[in-house]
Design a protein around this ligand. Structure first.
Ligand code: DSN
Length: 424
């Protein structure tokens, strides 16, 4: 049998791309060999519909232990008392929460996608905006900070059954306590989607959402530095307040409802090889070295945003408290699409992003989003940040100068190529 050289070559090309470039997409990261090996293990061969100890297939004795270990480590990492580690992605995790808590047509209140929110928080092109009735809160135009007064006004007037907090492009911490107080006034559930800052929360560098929010979802591959996937967790289990019936109505606790919503609700067999890799990532995240890594991610982002501002760039909300920042390029007369394309030519990878109150379409946008999780995994520290900002600035100030971009790309390769993808 001949081996598949086409895919082998493509994987090698992608490896070279990752090694050569400066990776600044805020939702990406580089995993350890242990995480990678678990994903590429024989566990991929096993079907295991159900939960540890309650499967619909034989031969699950080993994967039961794998999955239970992942659950236990995740609970320890976040101080949760219940978790489901089966969601294939963050979107699946959110879909399961919606299915467990709401009926189609129920009202939800989410953070506006164009202000930094996520598709699954009520966008009209997503199941969350098609099956449910969304309304939105956002940031104040002057400060770029979440406007909690508007959130409260919307909650009191719309009376949603669920309030969703969390974002894809918001560089500030969240006031979970205030959101819960608002939710309690109208009997709503609070879902915190912490996909972006999860690692910083685990390292206790940001506010703890589990104390105040009913249900928490996160992806496992962003700041958490695990395999691509999602999880759901709670610190305080509770009975479904809306009396939603699941089949014959025998599931009362939210934990049981959420388990059923993941499987058989929206998924079939869990990816036990990915769950094993999640367990490895949670093990790594419980170490002091991971906390140091998270501190470096945060410090790198802080310094980067400060230097950008010194160079006259407009950082939405005037800085960052997490791993990311959103740069509004309108003051430089550049749009997000052109900036992303020019930077990619220099092997600096970012994504174009809407900024709050954007005047451009989502395909063009006025901003770029930058995150420091991935470069920090490659050992980039504070001493390298000024050079990286200089490189980005040089590209953006010389977007039509092909020769200059080639020179910058050579400097990018010089800075990055010798570094392993993953280092503590
Ligand atoms: N697409 C992810 C991000 O980049 O933030 C969220 O799903």
């Amino acid at each position: 049998m001949k081996s598949d050289n086409q895919i082998k070559d493509l994987i090698e090309r992608e490896k070279q791309r990752q090694l050569s470039g400066i990776e600044l997409i805020a939702s990406e990261n580089f995993v350890s060999d242990e995480v990678m090996n678990a994903m590429g293990s024989v566990l991929t061969n096993k079907y295991a519909e159900g939960l540890p100890g309650k499967r619909y297939y034989g031969g699950c004795q080993v994967v039961d232990e794998v999955e239970q270990l992942a659950i236990n480590r995740l609970c320890k990492l976040f101080g949760a008392t219940w978790a489901n580690v089966q969601p294939h992605s963050g979107a699946q995790a959110n879909a399961a929460v919606f299915l467990a808590c709401l009926k189609p047509g129920d009202k939800i209140l989410g953070f506006d996608l164009s202000h930094g929110g996520h598709l699954t928080h009520g966008s009209s092109v997503n199941f969350s905006g098609k099956l449910y009735e969304p309304s939105f809160y956002g940031v104040s135009e002057d400060s770029g900070l979440v406007n909690y007064d508007i959130l409260e006004q919307k909650a009191l007037s719309e009376k949603p059954k669920m309030i969703i907090c969390g974002a894809s492009a918001y560089s500030r911490d969240w006031d979970y306590k205030r959101i819960r107080e608002v939710a309690d006034k109208i009997g709503a559930i609070v879902l915190a989607d912490i996909s972006h800052p999860a690692g910083l929360i685990a390292a206790k560098l940001l506010n703890d959402p589990l104390e105040h929010c009913h249900i928490i979802t996160t992806t496992t591959h962003k700041t958490l530095r695990g395999p691509r996937g999602g999880v759901i967790m709670m610190r305080h289990n509770f009975d479904n307040p809306f009396g939603l019936k699941w089949n014959n109505g025998n599931l009362k606790s939210m934990a049981a409802l959420l388990d059923a919503a993941v499987f058989p609700g929206i998924q079939g067999g869990p990816l036990e090889h990915v769950i094993a890799a999640k367990a490895v990532a949670f093990y790594e995240a419980l170490t002091p070295e991971y906390v140091e890594y998270m501190e470096r991610v945060k410090e790198n982002a802080r310094l980067m945003s400060e230097i950008f501002m010194i160079k006259g760039y407009n950082i939405v909300s005037g800085g960052t408290e997490n791993h990311s920042m959103l740069i509004d390029l309108r003051s430089k007369g550049i749009n997000g699409k052109d900036a992303e394309n020019a930077l990619v030519k220099a092997d600096i990878t970012v994504n174009k992003n809407m900024v709050p109150f954007d005047t451009e379409s989502p395909f063009v946008t006025s901003g770029i989003r930058i995150g420091t999780s991935a470069i920090s995994s490659r050992g980039i520290g504070l001493k390298d940040i000024p050079q990286i900002v200089d490189l980005i600035d040089s590209v953006l100030m010389n977007m039509n100068d092909e020769q200059k971009i080639i020179e910058i790309r050579t400097e990018v390769h010089h800075l990055m190529y010798h570094r392993p993808l993953f280092t503590w």
